[in-house]
Design a protein around this ligand. Sequence first.
Ligand SMILES: [Zn+2]
Ligand SMILES: [Zn+2]
Length: 215
Amino acid sequence: MILKTLVVGPLEVNCYILGDEKTKEAACIDPGDNVDEILLALADAGLCLKYIINTHGHFDHVGGNSRLKQATGAKFAIHKDDAVLLENVASQSAAFGLDAVSSPPPDMLLKGGDEIRVGSMVIEVIHTPGHTRGGICLFIKNTNSDEKILFTGDTLFAGSIGRTDLPGGSYKDLIASLKNKILPFGDDVKIFPGHGSETTIGRERKFNQFLIDIK
Ligand SMILES: [Zn+2]
Ligand SMILES: [Zn+2]
């Protein structure tokens, strides 16, 4: 499996490129900005982009959707409850004093339990509302390796959790998502969040105060 991380845009979003070594098919998670760099990274690895997936509809995660879709013909997917956020990308970014590019409407509306196949990888959609109503985490099942990877968007960070004071946010929902959908994962599962450094479920279970307080 090929995994590349690019830090994009003024809010330093982690954009992930996930590729299958054999079939060269790829998915891009949260292309918030810096589309030229993303295209270069895809070309470097000889990858063909099949899917653009947003973990949620905040402007810093979706700003590159339009150009990346145009350049690659990839299908763009987001959870059905966050599609509405794509309609107000301009006002979202203006609230941060920034000017983000609006997103095209999605080609695919996701829900919890959906699976997206990319070569030998299966991307499982886990609905984790709280940061936004349609926030998702993406669990990668790779038929060629034992490595377990979870992309958590702005739901869970190394040492912290997502903010819940933006429209559609709910602290109660976020805690329920973490408790019921994320904590059941094994300690060896690697976490790749929407901002900041990677971590593991085990490390967060032990040191993340928000998760310690849940138990
Ligand atoms: Zn966000
Ligand atoms: Zn974010």
